[in-house]
Design a protein around this ligand. Structure first.
Ligand code: XIL
Length: 310
């Protein structure tokens, strides 16, 4: 590997990745940068419930397979995202109010996706990594640390979380199982509640059912000062690794990007960084120009400063 991911690996980290999907993979400027700079891709939308099981028991992997096949043929690791999320969730799931029905629906969805991609995406890349990471559940906590209100929590309480992790482990024990969330970028009630949640679920299971914590890091400018302590708090949980999973920083100040890089470098359990996209043009928050490459696919000052800091 070359570029960001090679430099990051020279510091003992696993990869620096980026979100992508068939829409961005159709842009030569994006593909050139993905191939040169990034060692991992995350499906920005194509593995979400809306995209993969639009109606009960009817699965559609067309878009997600395009991303996965590109990653495998280009030797990229994949952070699969995400089995269970309250957003991008079809209305047929949102309308379920029966405990056993929702339990079966979640188990079938997780089992179908984990089974579909198992083995298909184990790809050996240069640093020997062959493991597939799943964001098993996404954004389950409120900022005050309580469980977010969703069809999952309303009908099943917290139990939907170990349910999803158990099925993921049973179907694809080789993948690394993450819980992923945002606003975990400073010493906040949510950051501490995430650690408590992970430790509680792992203790109840008697094993590391949850193996990783993903901190999305969709950041505002000047709000990066708490990142090191947040990563240290998350690393204190009973997990094997943590990761920065959706990094973008409004207006992309080089100092902010260097602060986040430094925070991950200082925390040994922080194994990877994934940017939430390549070019500002394709960002879900394009008007904030939050990424490392501009609309002409040229590296920005933040890219040069990050490369220079490794
Ligand atoms: C966003 C994508 O960037 C959009 O393209 C899509 O329409 C909706 O989802 N937290 C997450 C990501 O975990 O999945 C979200 O991605 C951004 C917030």
């Amino acid at each position: 590997p070359t570029g960001l991911t090679a430099k990051f690996q020279s510091k003992g980290k696993k990869f620096w990745g980026s979100a992508a999907d068939p829409n961005t993979l159709s842009k030569p400027g994006v593909v050139d940068i993905l191939q040169r700079e990034f060692g991992q891709v995350t499906p920005e939308y194509s593995m979400k419930w809306d995209a993969t099981e639009p109606s009960r028991g009817v699965y559609n992997f067309d878009q997600s397979d395009q991303l996965v096949n590109w990653a495998v043929s280009n030797g990229k690791l994949i952070r699969a995202h995400t089995f269970v999320w309250h957003s991008s969730l079809p209305s047929w799931v949102q309308g379920i109010n029966d405990h056993d029905t929702l339990t079966n629906v979640i188990a079938n969805h997780v089992g179908a996706l984990a089974g579909h991609f198992k083995g298909k995406v184990y790809c050996n890349i240069s640093n020997g990594l062959s493991r597939f990471q799943w964001d098993v559940v996404n954004e389950v906590l409120n900022d005050d640390g309580t469980l977010r209100d969703s069809v999952f929590s309303r009908v099943l309480g917290e139990s939907f979380i170990p349910l999803a992790f158990k099925v993921a482990r049973d179907v694809d024990p080789g993948a690394v199982r993450y819980i992923n969330d945002y606003s975990l970028e400073w010493d906040s009630p949510k950051t501490r509640a995430m650690v408590d949640l992970v430790n509680r679920i792992n203790a109840n299971d008697g094993s590391q059912m949850i193996q990783g914590i993903g901190s999305q890091m969709h950041l505002e400018p000047g709000k990066t000062g708490g990142a090191l302590s947040a990563l240290q708090i998350l690393a204190g949980a009973n997990v094997q690794e943590i990761a920065i999973t959706e990094l973008d920083i409004e207006f992309a100040s080089p100092d902010d990007y260097k602060t986040i890089l430094s925070a991950c470098l200082q925390v040994s359990k922080c194994v990877s960084i994934t940017s939430w996209g390549v070019s500002d043009t394709d960002s879900w928050r394009a008007s904030f120009t939050p990424l490392l490459f501009d609309g002409n696919y040229n590296p920005k000052q933040a890219y040069h400063d990050v490369i220079g800091a490794m």
